[in-house]
Design a protein around this ligand. Structure first.
Ligand SMILES: [Zn+2]
Length: 381
């Protein structure tokens, strides 16, 4: 299935087997950089390498068999699907011993890798997911309003509404009625129509929970429309696109994606600026893995910043799930910690669980100077 909402990632993160380990498989399937043959070959190599790793692992026979079954299932899936696959990335999660299997078609490419761990390795999914903002594009003219949902590079029509605003009045007006009266009438009908449009946008928001609102309309409608918007939507109104309701969805998508890209770049630059400014004045920021994990454990992180693809092994407390760089014993539970393959992935999961934001920063960036990881805090302690 396509990766479309946060619930999918959260339910994946919840899976854990006490008896078996889970295989997470990620494949870059972007055709622009590779031929189909190369993609198929890369998948084969990944599975073969993982199999030899499983054979060398110090696990009981049942566990090993479950992992080998995972890899067979993955290999069969790839043989069946890859030649006609049209997405940029593929993620497969399997725990054959528990009959657990999930497939995700991704709009972005993850790094090729197979991770064997206690639970699904969700970081590449959350990285892709947080890149995608749900946008509602509203396109209005005198005759019609259309609402589009834009997410993960795809567009779909949510709703539309015809107006009853009279068409433009011709010079001279109608018989018996003064031109100014007709204009007045038209203006109030137009205002009603914009009001209805604003109200409908709010009911769409309540259902669809979009992050950003883009507006395509004539310049003169804009101030009126903005004044009619619910405050929640005023916050979300991020920009204007040049479009009319008659435009094709592809055209609207194209314009919206261009605007989104500009806004995303600005947003990341702003976050980094805030982060660094806070650090310099000893305010609401911390840097480096150790400090960041400490703040994350305490639930103090507002926004977690990570250099994309940065990873590091670490420790987790099996009881309180606190994360550490190298503590052998959890300081609060006084029990032995477990090793984790990638503590950054665990940190992303923990952040999800604590309703913190996660921003994956593309290298090169100034975050590198600060240990490739840091956090903006909710409050100062
Ligand atoms: Zn603990």
């Amino acid at each position: 299935m396509k990766l479309l909402n946060r619930d999918q990632i959260e339910s994946l993160a919840k899976f854990k087997s006490d008896r078996f380990q889970t295989t997470s498989f990620f494949l870059d399937t972007k055709k622009r950089t590779k031929t189909k043959k190369e993609v198929v070959l890369a998948a084969k190599n990944l599975v073969a390498k993982a199999k030899s790793r499983v054979h060398q692992m110090n696990l009981d026979k049942e566990k090993k068999n479950s992992l080998l079954k995972d890899l067979d299932k993955i290999s069969k899936f790839c043989a069946r699907k890859l030649t006609s696959y049209k997405y940029s990335g593929l993620a497969l999660f399997s725990c054959a011993g528990e009959d657990f299997w999930h497939e995700f078609f991704l709009p972005n490419s993850p790094r090729n890798r197979v991770i064997i761990d206690q639970n699904p390795y969700i970081r590449p999914l959350s990285a892709i997911y947080t890149e995608y903002t749900r946008i509602c594009s509203l396109v209005i003219d005198r005759k019609e309003a259309k609402w589009y949902d834009i997410f993960m590079g795809e567009i779909s029509l949510i709703d539309s509404m015809k107006s009853d605003v009279p068409s433009q009045v011709k010079e001279g007006g109608r018989e018996g009625i003064e031109l100014s009266q007709i204009e007045k009438h038209t203006t109030s009908r137009l205002r009603d129509y914009l009001k209805k449009t604003a109200q409908k946008t709010f009911s769409i928001f309540k259902k669809n929970k979009f992050d950003w609102l883009f507006l395509g309309c004539r310049d003169e409608y804009r101030p009126v429309f903005n004044s009619l918007l619910h405050p929640y939507l005023k916050e979300r109104l991020k920009g204007q696109i040049k479009a009319i309701p008659n435009d094709s969805p592809t055209k609207i998508l194209d314009k919206a994606l261009k605007l989104k890209k500009q806004l995303k770049t600005l947003e990341k630059e702003d976050i980094l600026k805030t982060y660094i400014a806070e650090l310099k004045k000893g305010g609401l920021s911390v840097y480096g893995l150790k400090n960041t994990l400490r703040k994350l454990n305490r639930g103090e992180v507002h926004t977690l910043l990570i250099t994309r693809h940065f990873s590091k092994a670490g420790k987790i407390c099996p009881k309180c799930s606190f994360l550490f760089v190298d503590e052998a014993k959890c300081p609060s539970c006084q029990i032995k910690t477990d090793p984790v393959t990638d503590v950054i992935d665990e940190a992303v999961e923990a952040a999800f669980g604590k309703n913190s934001h996660v921003k994956h920063i593309n290298p090169p960036s100034k975050l590198k100077q600060y240990g490739d990881i840091g956090a903006i805090l909710r409050y100062k302690t």
